[in-house]
Design a protein around this ligand. Structure first.
Ligand code: A4P
Ligand code: MG
Length: 189
């Protein structure tokens, strides 16, 4: 009898915990995260990063783009990237979210040597609700995103009607010089 009581209490506590998590997420903001990898098993790095993002507290991954193989932009003497975008809902503020993403980069042993250079995993916050933030350690929307087809093409998979400054995403993609180097790699994870 006593054991049954303890079990019931555990279940009730678990349900309460899930309810609190659900409530926090309901109040949460939507954000887009860009993922990129060009070292080691790129597909596995992307998969592991998504798993880790889905385990961040008060955060749910709600949509995934397709995965694309892309030529490097910026520092070009490096291997091709795999890129994709995920949409999340999070109860974390943008700074806490950045910290969690950087911890995931460290966990997946990202090496930071050359700016714009090779990396096992790069996680950038593209947008966070309609927040505009201009800080050297956190700029939102991501300052380069509207010039990069390797970001915009996967973002369009998730939200083909998204606009920036009143301009549709297709118009931005048309003006990206890397648009012909973004090639479908896998339609799903
Ligand atoms: N930081 C500022 N704003 C943000 C934000 N919105 N999200 C700060 C994430 N971080 C942000 O980044 C340097 C600092 O940016 C961080 O400490 C953070 O506080 P980093 O990731 O350490 O360095 P990085 O990635 O080498 O530099 P950066 O400027 O972030 O480069 P990007 O813009 O990420 O570009 N070509 C292809 N095809 N595919 C790619 O994925 N990626 C890059 C890197 C270059 N070329 C590429 C790709
Ligand atoms: Mg980055």
């Amino acid at each position: 009898m006593k054991e049954q009581g303890i079990e019931r209490k555990k279940v009730e506590q678990k349900t309460k915990h899930q309810k609190i998590k659900q409530e926090k997420i309901m109040k949460a903001e939507e954000a887009y995260i860009a993922l990129g990898s060009n070292i080691g098993n790129r597909f596995e790095n992307i998969q592991n990063a998504i798993k880790a993002i889905s385990m961040i507290e008060n955060t749910t991954v709600i949509k995934l783009s397709k995965i694309y193989e892309t030529d490097p932009v910026g520092y070009v003497e490096q291997d091709k990237f795999l890129n994709m975008v995920v949409k999340i809902k999070t109860g974390l503020d943008p700074w806490a979210l950045l910290e969690r993403l950087q911890n995931i980069e460290i966990m997946l042993k990202r090496e930071r040597t050359i700016r714009w250079g090779p990396r096992t995993i790069d996680l950038d916050i593209l947008t966070y609700d309609d927040l505009v933030l201009n800080h050297p350690k956190l700029t939102i929307p991501h300052p380069e995103m509207l010039k990069r087809a390797f970001v915009l093409i996967p973002l369009r998979d998730i939200d083909p009607n998204i606009k920036f400054n009143g301009i549709g995403i297709d118009d931005y993609i048309k003006n990206c010089s890397d648009r012909h180097t973004v090639v479908l790699y896998k339609a799903f994870i």
